[in-house]
Ligand binder design. Structure first.
Ligand code: DGY
Length: 325
């Protein structure tokens, strides 16, 4: 029987499936296995189901051994995995695109509304007994309706955020490595360069992958171009934003607010100065966390794992070129 390691609990019906078909070990702690433990647990396995909190590199693949046939990640992002290294070794890497697109787009809108309309700040004030009257000048925020939404990264999630923005009568600007003429044929989306997007947008929403070109893409220079009423939303990856620059922008009035699903590092340390700011909404990387979506992510990642150990093609593979050999 093939051996597998599942680095955290997923929906139980899919754990059962994995246990029926393989000799499986499941890491049941809430926290990720420490690095040394992970290296030990993968020794001799045929398949690994992993999370974005696990570092999957050449050292880990060596520790697993040459029989490792599949790495199945339960996420759409895979910046924690050394893909070229897996490809070099002919190991297919599974991921879960599509499954979380709508749920993440919903959560992005929730962050835009929450940060823009000061929901968490005013809710905290109510609980602290500070709701003393209705005042014409209290808790004034930013409207989504009619505002300009700048989307950085017009992929699957970016497009769904754009569609929701159109429902709020927003004007949609976007920036990506190339214009998406295929999408522009169907939706009123305007491709602009990054500076124009930053200068003209009331909401800036990040939907790019994290790599060397996007690391700290939003830093002091970017904030200096943004509007003072702008709201920045990041539901992509924390390191796309320079956190120190974000703190300066939020305290110096360069932008109005931020809504973060992701931080750098994660979890955010309790002494991080961003946590002291009322105009910074921070949630713990929950953009894909709906019951239906996490169930579907469990199904896809379990199927990819089992297909991989059987030597069958994965449902969704980051590096399908491994099959061309
Ligand atoms: C992903 O899938 O990459 C998200 O960050 C977590 O769902």
């Amino acid at each position: 029987m093939a051996r597998t390691f599942v680095s955290r609990e997923i929906f139980p019906e899919y754990i059962e499936k994995i246990e029926e078909e393989t000799d499986a070990e499941v890491w049941k702690d809430e926290l990720p296995p420490p690095r040394d433990t992970l290296l030990e647990k993968v020794r001799g396995i045929d398949g690994l189901l992993c999370l974005l909190t696990d570092g999957i590199d050449g050292e880990l693949m060596d520790a697993a051994g040459r029989q490792l046939r599949v790495i199945s990640q339960i996420a759409v992002g895979y910046n924690n995995i050394d893909i070229p290294e897996a490809t070099r070794r002919g190991i297919p890497v599974g991921y879960t695109p599509e499954a979380l697109t709508q749920t993440t787009a919903d959560a992005t809108l929730a962050l835009m509304l929450t940060a823009g309309r000061r929901v968490t700040e005013s809710e905290r004030a109510v609980r602290a007994g500070k709701w003393r009257t209705w005042h014409p000048l209290h808790y004034l925020g930013q409207d989504l309706y009619g505002a300009t939404l700048g989307i950085i990264g017009m992929g699957r999630i970016g497009l769904e955020v754009a569609k929701r923005g159109l429902g709020f009568d927003m004007k949609i600007l976007y920036y990506d490595i190339a214009p998406r003429e295929d999408l522009e044929a169907d939706y009123p989306l305007t491709f602009v360069d990054l500076d124009t997007l930053l200068r003209e947008s009331d909401f800036v929403s990040l939907h790019t992958v994290l790599d060397e070109s996007t690391h700290h893409l939003i830093s002091d220079d970017a904030f200096s171009k943004m509007k003072s009423n702008a709201v920045l939303v990041n539901a992509a990856r924390g390191p796309i934003v320079d956190p120190a620059a974000l703190h300066r922008a939020l305290t110096g009035g360069q932008i109005a607010a931020a809504g973060l699903d992701v931080t750098d590092p994660e979890p955010i340390p309790m002494d991080d100065p961003l946590l002291t700011l009322d105009n910074c909404v921070i949630v713990p990387h929950i953009a894909s966390a709906s019951v239906a979506t996490r169930r579907e992510m469990s199904r896809i990642s379990a199927t990819n794992l089992l297909n991989g150990v059987r030597g069958e093609r994965l449902l969704t593979c980051v590096n399908p070129e491994v099959y061309d050999r």
